[in-house]
Ligand binder design. Structure first.
Ligand code: 5GP
Ligand code: MN
Length: 332
């Protein structure tokens, strides 16, 4: 369902200074949507800052060649971030995902806006432009440009294409609908060369990542009548392989590639001992509901949560919730 952008356009025309933020551990949809929106607003002569709760991970640095994305507290103070007319949050509606940017939202007197496609949602006190049927926030930003009659530059189109590409697993997950492909076509018309971006996103791996993959895949276990797979990564695995936390991205999907498997999760031990869970599923299994039981959220087929450690206990708690979901004929 297309969003009615008029209330957002009214906000844009009534303000001069914008801050755009996204979620912790930003992915390409978070970064690309922020950069795309910044370009749209700047083409209208607005002043725009992008201030995120985390640094941009190294492997996505190519999306922001001018290094314009700032990190709250490291590059810009909370007070400074509060000093704006409008604060736009893209690709999340959850306080937990905003960390120190949440403090800004609580203190600022700026108008707040959310542009998002996640099912899970908190009340951020913002004007919401939310479409949970959109495969990526990048789709929404591309549609906003179209609604405003603004042509995106090649750089912005590249960022938006990466946003949509990664949230759809390079246009192959079940969320890759006609609207997704129409968005891709528009961005290609704006100058995107998909093969160049594919290489940037997926063909710059390291030997360390490959070694980590072999450890993690070697540990995959089947559960619940071979319909569920799970695996884990410890802090020791990172130090032994030399891999980075972002090197686990996408690994959870390998568990879903087994015939008959309906859901998969991976647990990643954090520096502070907590455990980040990434959940994936096929219809009809709803993993957003399971993640929400642990204070997390996301989409029906892709969700996440932060659990208390240690890893084996987090695993047992998740397995129990999955059992319950499967027994109930699914968790929706
Ligand atoms: P990932 O497994 O890639 O971290 O996350 C999958 C999806 O779930 C993403 O759309 C992400 O935004 C969402 N997600 C991951 N962790 C959390 C969390 O702790 N809280 C909420 N609300 N969503 C999360
Ligand atoms: Mn997204």
């Amino acid at each position: 369902m297309a969003i009615d952008w008029q209330p957002f356009i009214d906000v844009v025309h009534s303000a001069e200074r914008f801050v755009i933020s996204s979620h912790v551990r930003p992915d390409a949809d978070a970064i690309g949507s922020a950069l795309g929106l910044a370009g749209i607003l700047e083409s209208l002569g607005k002043t725009v800052r992008i201030i995120n709760p985390s640094h941009t991970p190294d492997h996505l640095g190519f999306m922001d060649p001018e290094k314009r994305i700032q990190k709250i507290k490291a590059d810009v103070s909370i007070e400074s971030a509060c000093d704006t007319d409008v604060h736009v949050i893209v690709d999340t509606s959850a306080w937990q995902q905003l960390q120190d940017v949440g403090l800004v939202l609580q203190q600022t007197s700026a108008r707040k806006v959310v542009i998002d496609h996640h099912v899970s949602s908190d009340d951020l006190g913002a004007l919401e432009f939310k479409d949970t049927s959109a495969s990526a926030t990048g789709v929404l930003i591309t549609e906003l440009a179209e609604a405003m009659n603004i042509s995106v530059t090649k750089e912005e189109a590249d960022a938006l294409f990466c946003a949509v590409a990664t949230d759809t697993g390079w246009y192959r997950f079940s969320n890759s609908d006609a609207r997704t492909y129409r968005t891709a076509a528009r961005l290609i018309d704006a100058g995107v060369e998909p093969h160049v971006l594919y290489q940037q996103l997926y063909e710059r791996s390291s030997l360390a990542r490959l070694k980590l993959q072999s450890v993690v895949l070697g540990r995959v276990e089947l559960a619940h009548k071979a319909q569920l797979t799970h695996t884990f990564v410890t802090r020791k695995d990172f130090s032994e392989t030399g891999a980075h936390p972002t090197d686990t991205e996408g690994l959870v999907n390998s568990g879903l590639a087994i015939d008959g498997v309906l859901a998969s999760f991976i647990l990643v031990e954090q520096i502070d001992g907590r455990v980040k869970a990434s959940l994936r599923s096929r219809e009809p299994v709803d993993v957003a509901t399971i993640a929400e039981k642990f204070g997390g959220g996301g989409h029906k087929q892709a969700s996440g949560a932060m659990l208390a450690g240690p890893v084996n206990e987090a695993c047992a708690r998740l397995l129990k919730e999955f059992e319950r979901a499967f027994e109930n004929g699914n968790a929706s």
